[in-house]
Ligand binder design. Structure first.
Ligand code: ADP
Ligand code: MG
Length: 841
């Protein structure tokens, strides 16, 4: 099946499983469209099928559950023609975690897992057939290979037939390896065994006792079934109650020894347990009397049942998994070996050992990620790129044409780019600079160097508003030179804009001009990536606001030339740890300086009651000839209602508050033409206020705007608020950013105060990373990548630097992983990279 179709089906299945909550994809299903459409085109999925998918998903957020189901069914029917043989999956309700396991096979008796620690591999009570082979000797010279059996399907397990295999499949578990690497979501610590007379309210405990009595009754006119048991342990007796789990009565007999795990509750002054997990104590004590793993589940798979299958897999196979990390690395990084880590993460003997296991496995994730990124960088550096030398005189002449002097950060960036262009290898650089630091002009100089030598350049921006703005700026910088014969400067006709709204006739003229080389610079949106656009000699590809694009898009643009130089720019101040991990294949230039004369934007957090003051400030500024933005947040995560609130507020403000001024309106549901028009009116000062949703966020440059009022500010991350704030303070005038939270939550609003305290994007980014995790920085298109990392936390700078240090050392020693002792690692890297490659940088 085509990859894009397969990916779509996976997402649909997940969404169906989740009950159509529009959360199978972070930020909503419609977020996949941009990248998916392109992937589908690359897969040669018929245009009309792509259309069928995108029209249905576009409005998905605003649909009722029933209509969502219908929409997905419609998509499924359509893609069946593309080779999907499976019928539309039926949604199943989420089961009660304690409902009876789907398989009633006898659990094989074995040693309680407690023993694993003392006798890790040769547990005496194991059946001979299950007796694991000795753990691989770390000293062995021969490269150890992974047992092929790890790829065996889950059906080789006892109790797992086709039906259970299907259930496991819905968790993504197809092979034994999948299971070994399916880690618990959390743990309940029941390892503290307690006497009944010493229980206290609220504790998580395990109690062992004898069943004294069992009864079952029905209350509330038969609507509720209650199973009650009394259990005693010699120190006392307690009442145990299960609500609406009538089958529990069948599992209990008088005189039976059971261990119960749960949270101590109180009823009429006595300690009780409600709905505890329990087991007969001569069984393997997998779910009581220890730290209990809780796995992510799906319909028809209960935790207890899954634990048992895990137990089969882990006890038998974990000890046989050879460790891909060389012994010396493991020792110097102070890591437990892989078998131990795998056993302990599933069935921890103590919190301490669980921590070590998680650390080891998280290290592996980041380590493999870093190794992969390093080898990508290495591959890229091996390629040769065209040499573009630039004359300092020409550069100086170009700079002298600018209405300002470059900051020293900009000059440094220009020097680094010049060195890249002269290196004989393709440039692969990330230019990271806070909003307003002046990245565009740096890009312009790179363009001047490359096009001055007769080659072509392309600049891609995420929105047409931004592309158009770049087009205007670059025309000014590159084409208004009085002495047009001088190198690095183009004719206006050699610079073209290509966006979705460009008329087809212009588009085909641009295509022609790019193919025959008469156009030297094209600026556009992802319209540039559309297949028919071919360049005569593309030597420089620039991507602005990199976090809005996926890797795939970067690759496609790059593939329009032969090893062209690549410059990606971002205003998202990515904290260093994250940059090193995610953008580790790029060389990094940081512009940490704003042009002189910029005053910091005065930032204030206002209560809703103080809103009137904000309006007065805006009014005064407009009377002084300035302009203002008013931003409304995403409400209910639906773009429809987001637009609605901006639309309604726009009307209200125009009518009741600013009736003497002109208010423009911008939101995501406007057509590209209308968006452009709204921006243009604001740019040309026909409108004094622009009411907008978050679509305004990236890059827009209107130096005359001095007020940014953000409603519902608490809905945004600090990094994003900083982006908004960067829309003002771009001219020399004093500017204001006013944040109005719509929540009375003190802690939330305190978070916003950080905005008032600093104008430094990096400080805010670090704070955001702490508070909200890495999703914000990676952008929605890339957040899949973080969900793939099961254990590693990208905010853990210590872990990342440790992994990076070791990855670099290893890479230096054996960049191709050619040494025999690195063969396992090479295989692990291959596997890891296959499943992640699309998500990184
Ligand atoms: P960003 O880095 O956010 O993309 P831009 O390239 O849009 O920033 O630049 C922001 C504004 O600052 C533009 O109006 C630009 O003309 C201006 N600018 C850029 N460099 C300088 C400088 N060295 N001195 C003064 N103004 C500058
Ligand atoms: Mg910019």
């Amino acid at each position: 099946m085509k990859q894009s179709i397969d990916k779509l089906c996976k997402i649909l299945k997940l969404e169906i499983e989740r009950g159509f909550d529009n959360k199978a994809v972070v930020g909503g299903l419609d977020r996949i469209l941009d990248t998916w459409e392109m992937e589908a085109r690359l897969d040669e999925v018929p245009e009309e099928a792509i259309k069928a998918v995108s029209t249905r998903l576009q409005d998905y957020a605003g649909l009722s559950i029933a209509s969502r189901a219908e929409a997905l069914q419609g998509i499924w029917r359509r893609v069946q023609a593309e080779g999907v043989s499976e019928p539309f999956p039926t949604p199943t309700p989420f089961p009660d975690p304690e409902s009876p396991p789907p398989v009633h096979g006898e659990v094989r008796k074995g040693t309680p897992l407690k023993r694993v620690e003392a006798e890790p591999v040769t547990s005496k009570a194991s059946k001979p057939a299950e007796k694991p082979a000795p753990a691989p000797a770390p000293e062995s010279k021969e490269p150890e290979l992974e047992p092929a059996a790890l790829n065996a399907p889950v059906t080789v397990l006892h109790n797992v037939g086709p039906k259970n295999a299907q259930n496991l499949g819905r968790l993504g578990l197809f092979t034994l390896r999948d299971m070994l690497y399916y880690f618990p979501r959390r743990y309940n610590d029941y390892s503290s065994l307690k006497a009944i007379n010493r229980l206290s309210y609220g504790e998580e405990v395990t109690v062992i006792g004898t069943v004294q009595s069992v009864s079952k009754r029905t209350v509330r006119n038969g609507q509720r079934q209650i199973v009650e048991a009394v259990v005693s342990d010699g120190t006392g007796a307690m009442r145990i109650t299960w609500f609406n789990q009538p089958w529990q009565a069948k599992r209990l007999r008088n005189g039976m020894q059971i261990s119960l795990a749960g949270k101590v509750d109180q009823y009429l002054g006595r300690t009780v347990l409600n709905n505890p997990a329990f087991e007969e104590i001569d069984q393997q004590q997998l779910s009581t009397n220890r730290i209990v793993s809780v796995y992510p589940l799906t319909a028809q798979v209960t935790n207890r049942w899954l634990q048992r299958q895990m137990h089969q897999v882990v006890t038998h196979w974990a000890p046989r998994v050879p460790d891909p990390l060389p012994e010396n690395l493991r020792r110097s990084a102070n890591l437990v070996d892989l078998p131990t880590a795998l056993i302990q993460i599933h069935f921890p003997d103590s919190q301490e050992q669980l921590k070590d296991a998680r650390h080891r496995l998280a290290f592996d994730e980041v380590f493999l990620l870093q190794l992969g990124v390093l080898s990508q960088k290495y591959d890229w550096q091996e390629k040769s790129g065209r040499i573009f030398t630039s004359d300092q005189q020409d550069i100086t002449a170009l700079q002298n044409q600018l209405p300002f002097k470059l900051t020293s950060a900009q000059q440094r960036a220009v020097q680094e780019i010049r060195a890249d262009l002269e290196s004989g290898h393709p440039m692969n650089r990330l230019l990271q600079g806070d909003v307003g630091s002046g990245k565009t002009v740096v890009a312009a100089i790179a363009i001047a160097i490359v096009t001055g030598a007769g080659a072509q350049a392309a600049l891609m921006a995420p929105t047409s508003i931004l592309a158009e703005q770049h087009y205007r700026n670059l025309l000014k910088i590159l084409a208004s030179h009085p002495n047009q014969a001088e190198s690095g400067v183009l004719q206006p006709s050699q610079i073209r804009l290509m966006i979705g709204a460009t008329p087809e006739s212009d588009k085909s003229a641009i295509r022609e001009g790019l193919a025959d080389g008469s156009i030297k610079l094209v600026i556009g949106t992802h319209a540039l990536l559309e297949d028919p656009v071919a360049f005569q000699d593309l030597q420089l590809a620039i991507i602005d606001e990199q976090h809005r694009f996926g890797v795939q898009q970067r690759l496609i643009l790059r593939s329009k030339g032969t090893n062209p130089h690549l410059l990606v720019m971002t205003a998202t101040p990515i904290p260093r740890s994250l940059a090193l991990t995610v953008y580790g294949d790029l060389d990094l230039t940081v512009m940490d300086e704003l042009p002189a004369g910029r005053q910091p934007v005065g930032t204030y957090v206002l209560t809703p009651r103080e809103r009137e003051r904000a309006y007065q400030l805006i009014d005064r500024q407009i009377r002084d000839g300035r302009q203002a933005f008013i931003i409304y947040p995403l409400v209910e995560e639906s773009e429809k209602s987001e637009a609605l609130s901006a639309v309604e507020e726009h009307a209200r403000l125009q009518r009741e508050v600013f009736s003497q001024h002109k208010l423009g309106l911008l939101h995501g549901r406007l057509s590209p033409d209308d968006k452009e028009a709204a921006m243009r009116r604001f740019h040309q000062q026909q409108d004094q206020i622009l009411v907008s949703t978050s679509v305004i966020e990236v890059g827009v440059d209107v130096p005359n705007a001095t007020v940014m009022l953000i409603e519902g500010a608490n809905h945004f991350g600090l990094a994003q608020l900083h982006q908004f704030r960067g829309r003002v303070g771009r001219g020399g005038d004093k500017s204001y950013c006013l944040l109005v939270p719509d929540s009375a939550d003190q802690a939330e609003n305190e978070r916003l105060q950080v905005m008032a305290q600093t104008n430094d994007g990096f400080v805010l980014a670090e704070k955001d990373l702490e508070q909200r995790g890495p999703g914000e920085f990676l952008g929605t298109r890339q957040s899949g990548y973080t969900t793939e990392l099961q254990l590693a936390n990208l905010t853990d700078v210590h872990l990342i630097e440790k992994a990076r240090h070791h990855a670099q050392a290893l890479f230096k020693q054996d960049p191709d992983l050619a040494l025999p002792e690195h063969q396992l690692l090479k295989a692990a890297l291959q596997r890891f990279w296959d499943s992640h490659a699309n998500d990184v940088s």
